[in-house]
Design a protein around this ligand. Structure first.
Ligand code: SF4
Ligand code: SF4
Length: 461
């Protein structure tokens, strides 16, 4: 595994590099973070004992502020530029004992969250004041999840901005995912709850959140607003069938995967220390294509089948059978894959396991990007020194170097346009660009034909 040239001894991977050990400021920030974390953990140990705003504010300020300060002290005074020191030698980021332990912690949290939330009761009660202020309802395990998710995106997003501060694209992109997570995935759904409206997430729509367009949720009024009627459902349908093709045609799938989506937001912030663990072998690429397109086919067929069933008066499955059917999908794909494996396996398989192998939205966006988009990464092959940084830090496991060596455009369906390959390239070989659809690859001027050929429905021209 290659790394940029480093000077001095490496420090821990979540730090920056440079002199070994922590400075006094960094030590103080770590201590403050630990106190904040201790308050939070204490709340789990004694449910209800820590209540009201004072302990909650203390936890938020000490933990969030301490961690952010740590990153500030660690990065200030260092020259701008990518720092990947010690990533390949630290146990935390190179599948060592610390990485495995963290993987177990992440997966255990998801298991508790989805199936045995009782041990989380104390932490949930600690958040009651915030939940009551935002949604006028006490916290539950999903509020706890949303809170932790948002905190992780904000704190690790701050780290991401310090780390990539030399790169304007990364600064804008990170600001965007922090904004959408805080505003659209945390504050807005809770404010809607306060208004007795459905807890609607404007940034998730079919096929990533299939239930917004399933018959039982529409018939059952799950997303029907007292004030705005069926507007939420129309918005979701418009995002899937109108905004997604248009935006992907204009900018590639990055507009969603790297700027808006919460799963992508977490991968790009919390998951950044593990992006280099993504497998970039041909075998992984093959498995990825089969898996992700199978999930898209499954949810498309399931949605169509449920609508046919509903149109026929639920005669095939019965109303309960239809619900059970979609809940089974939700269990295996929504809970097991996107949560337990998707995030739990960050420290073992990299930050985009779900986006790469399971997300039906990524598959849909990917097909549009591959054949019907203006987006491409151009490569100036003559400048490439084959260092391999781009391939190493591509979170989607794309062997970017192989394209760069051939001077070939990268138009892969899986590329989320994170731009990190370009940011870590020491020679400025790679550029994320939008241009004419027809000059991206041989045959791109006839995208429908290229699409049918890729599906094997037409012989290659
Ligand atoms: S090819 Fe580059 S922009 Fe695309 S996912 Fe990989 S690192 Fe990100
Ligand atoms: S494109 Fe840049 S980062 Fe990738 S191998 Fe070539 S010089 Fe290295």
């Amino acid at each position: 595994m290659s790394a940029l040239i480093q000077i001095g001894k490496p420090k821990a991977a979540l730090s920056v590099g440079g002199a070994a050990g922590l400075s006094a400021h960094e030590k103080a920030a770590v201590a403050v973070t630990v106190i904040g974390a201790a308050i939070f953990l204490a709340s789990f140990a004694a449910p209800g004992r820590l209540s009201g705003w004072p302990p909650l504010l203390a936890m938020m300020v000490l933990f969030g502020g301490g961690a952010s300060s740590y990153f500030w002290f660690a990065y200030r005074g260092t020259p701008p530029g990518i720092k990947n020191n010690a990533l390949a030698t630290s146990g935390l980021t190179a599948r060592g004992a610390a990485g495995w332990l963290l993987g177990v912690v992440f997966t255990s949290f998801y298991v508790l969250l989805y199936w045995h939330a009782e041990p989380l009761e104390g932490g949930i009660r600690l958040l009651d004041p915030l939940a009551l202020a935002l949604s006028h309802k006490p916290a539950n395990q999903w509020f706890l999840y949303g809170f932790l998710y948002t905190l992780a995106v904000l704190v690790m997003g701050f780290r991401m901005m310090l780390r990539y501060r030399h790169n304007r694209y990364q600064l804008i992109r990170t600001t965007s995912v922090m904004f959408f997570q805080l505003g659209f995935a945390f504050l807005l759904p809770n404010l809607l709850k306060a208004l007795n409206e459905p807890e609607f997430y404007f940034t998730y729509f079919w096929p990533l959140k299939p239930e917004v367009l399933l018959p039982w949720s529409i018939d059952g009024g799950w997303y029907t607003s007292t004030r705005f009627g069926m507007s939420f459902i129309y918005i979701a349908a418009g995002m899937t069938f109108l905004a997604t093709p248009v935006m992907t045609w204009l900018y590639g799938k990055r507009w969603y995967c790297s700027f808006v989506c919460g799963c992508g937001g977490l991968a790009e912030t919390l998951g950044d220390p593990w992006r280099q663990l993504s497998d970039n072998s041909e075998t992984a690429w093959k498995i990825e294509r089969w898996m992700i397109h199978s999930v898209l086919a499954l949810i498309t067929l399931l949605t169509a089948f449920l609508w046919v069933n509903a149109a026929g008066g639920n005669k095939i499955l019965g109303a309960d059978g239809s619900l059970l059917f979609s809940r089974t999908y939700g269990f295996f794909i929504g809970a097991m894959f996107s949560g337990v494996i998707g995030v739990g396996f960050y420290p073992l398989m990299g930050s985009r396991v779900w986006c790469r192998f399971g997300c039906p939205m990524a598959a849909y966006l990917g097909l549009l990007q591959r054949f019907f988009s203006r987006f491409r990464i151009t490569t100036n092959g003559g400048q490439c020194i084959s260092c391999g940084n781009c391939s190493t830090y591509c979170e989607m496991g794309i062997d970017v170097r192989a394209y760069a060596q051939r001077g070939e455009n990268i138009v892969r369906a899986s590329c989320v346009g994170c731009g990190v390959c370009a940011a870590v390239c020491p020679r400025g070989v790679l550029k994320l660009e939008n241009g004419k659809v027809g000059d991206r690859f041989a045959g791109a001027d006839r995208p429908v034909r290229a699409f049918l050929e890729a599906l094997g429905l037409r012989p290659p021209s």
